[in-house]
Design a protein around this ligand. Sequence first.
Ligand code: SAM
Length: 277
Amino acid sequence: MISNINKTKEILSFYNLNAKKKFGQNFLVDSNIINKICDCADVNKEDTIIEIGPGIGALTEVLCNRAKKVYAFDIDPDMVNILNHELKDCSNLVVFNKDFLDINISDYIKEDNIKVVSNLPYYITTPLLLKLLNEVKVKEIYIMIQLEVASRIIGKCNTKDYGSLSCLVEYMGKANFEFKVTRNCFYPAPNVDSAILSIIKEKRDYKLNNEPNFLKFIQNIFSMRRKTLINNICNNYDIKRDILESILNELNIKLNVRSEELLLDDIYNIYIKLFEE
Ligand code: SAM
């Protein structure tokens, strides 16, 4: 199946369907982009792939041609019905009608070292990304997301894009902006441009007794961007200001520092002194 806008419209009309906004359905209609995604993920016959939101299967079909096994999860039973008919010859494809946010991946997939390759539903990008980052079976992530979110994820310290998402991803692995995808590569066209982001998971070598607490700390210190680090911490924790001041002095960090001025190592050092020393 060569994907293009006419073919996509034809399939939707054959099944008497329209793209559903509530499920973030913007279908990829550019075969070159689909191949480029699979090339950048180096999808090959050794790979077990998860695709979140296969839709009518434009990317799914190419993944099946290239990979060993493809597990596809879509929340919409209409999409699952289309896939079961249109891709019935793909013997290495397993389709589940599930909300990916609700599932425990190990209940569905026994393989490890999984690559995720997906054009994500944008309305749940952040929770999906956090789930994938925390899932040990997932080793590499190649996702289509909003351009603006991609910029935030790869944002560097001291820029407006830098924030909790950049720090969380930096802690979990190496993120790379692969390429931009313009809105006219989709049907219906969304009102934002997109990008392919890759994340190769490799956790920082930090010693932590309570990792979830550290991850929460990262989110908390960026909760009010205009406030100083000290104000953000005081707002979220029952910690005295003079204790914070002495920790910052000890670490040679100015007292009025804002979180976006801190490298991940600084955040880790502050966290350890506050909660684990
Ligand atoms: N992969 C297809 C493509 O590129 O043409 C469709 C991508 S479309 C942006 C997002 C897909 O995610 C839709 O098929 C939608 O039904 C599905 N979806 C939305 N929310 C979901 C969820 N919570 N779990 C699984 N799939 C979901």
